[in-house]
Design a protein around this ligand. Structure first.
Ligand code: GLU
Length: 284
């Protein structure tokens, strides 16, 4: 087993992240496998070295050790752009100049079952040669499925909510995912979808262990891996740690920051007990 913890250093490590990291680390160690740490810091405006340092310090304090150096996505932008370029060469990407307001105006009311805002396709079909400075790049999902030529695209999931083999249905994906942004407007920076999907394959991750909140993005990443001829790992999306009122923890929920617990004199063992993971391997 080869797995990873891949935080975005945009805030402190909180109890929910700690759960994810302890679980992935523990499963890797129990299997005699590898546990990697990857900073998903492509959003230069929101990611800060101070947050990264704090996350690393908190992980060490929790007793989690990782194998090899920390990978930082901010140093790998050229790699991601090469993959984006390959998709563009295959006619799978188009420039998009729509503002949020344009998209909102063109979209109908949010539909039941739609995981997030589906782009209504205003710029679809624009050639890459037409790209203006500041345009985003979007994946043409219909063209992507044509490119995959009816190949079965799916993934194995062993998490508690959606266990089994999940086949990605082209029509459902078009209706619920749509033409996602692969490179953001105004910045030459690839999206989380591409960077993370590429790195999971590049780091030969066998099992992606992460929160249930990211399950909805998995089909996009699996499609991208298919388009880039990369292997798809197995996935385990775990339940989220919630606050007493049942809401999932947010980064801004500083009351649940590991740093705060440390200041209050809580021990790593108590954190493990709080997230219900006292039995997974520690201190290795
Ligand atoms: N960087 C993402 C986050 O902090 C997680 C990515 C992943 O585990 O795939 O939410």
């Amino acid at each position: 087993m080869r797995t990873r913890f891949a935080p975005s250093p945009t805030g402190p490590l909180h109890l929910g992240h700690a759960y994810s990291a302890i679980l992935a680390h523990g499963l890797a160690r129990a299997a005699g496998g590898t546990f990697l740490l990857r900073m998903e810091d492509t959003d230069l405006a929101r990611c800060k070295p101070e947050w990264e340092a704090l996350i690393i310090d908190d992980l060490r304090w929790l007793g989690l050790g990782w194998d090899g150096p920390v990978r930082r996505q901010s140093g790998r932008i050229a790699q991601y752009n090469m993959r984006l370029e390959a998709l563009a060469q295959s006619g799978l990407v188009y420039p998009c100049s729509c503002s949020r307001a344009d998209i909102r105006a063109a979209s109908s009311a949010p539909q039941e079952g739609v995981a997030f805002d589906v782009y209504p396709g205003i710029c679809r079909g624009r050639p890459m040669g037409d790209r203006q400075p500041g345009d985003a790049l979007r994946l043409d999902l219909a063209a992507a499925f044509d490119h995959l030529g009816g190949r079965h695209i799916g993934f194995d999931e062993s998490g508690p909510r959606h266990g089994g083999h999940i086949e990605i249905d082209a029509d459902l994906a078009k209706a619920t995912i749509g033409d996602v942004v692969l490179s953001r407007k105004g910045e030459d920076i690839v999206s989380y979808f591409l960077a993370s999907a590429f790195d999971d394959a590049d780091q030969a991750i066998s099992h992606v262990i992460r929160g249930e909140d990211l399950f909805r993005f998995t089909p996009i990443q699996v499609i991208l891996q298919g388009l880039l001829d990369l292997p798809t790992p197995a996935y385990y999306h775990h339940e989220l740690i919630r606050d007493p009122s049942g809401h999932r923890l947010a980064k801004r929920d500083d009351a649940r920051a590991i740093r705060k617990y440390r200041q209050d004199g809580i021990s790593p063992a108590e954190i493990r007990a709080m997230v219900g993971l006292q039995d997974v391997s520690a201190n290795r």
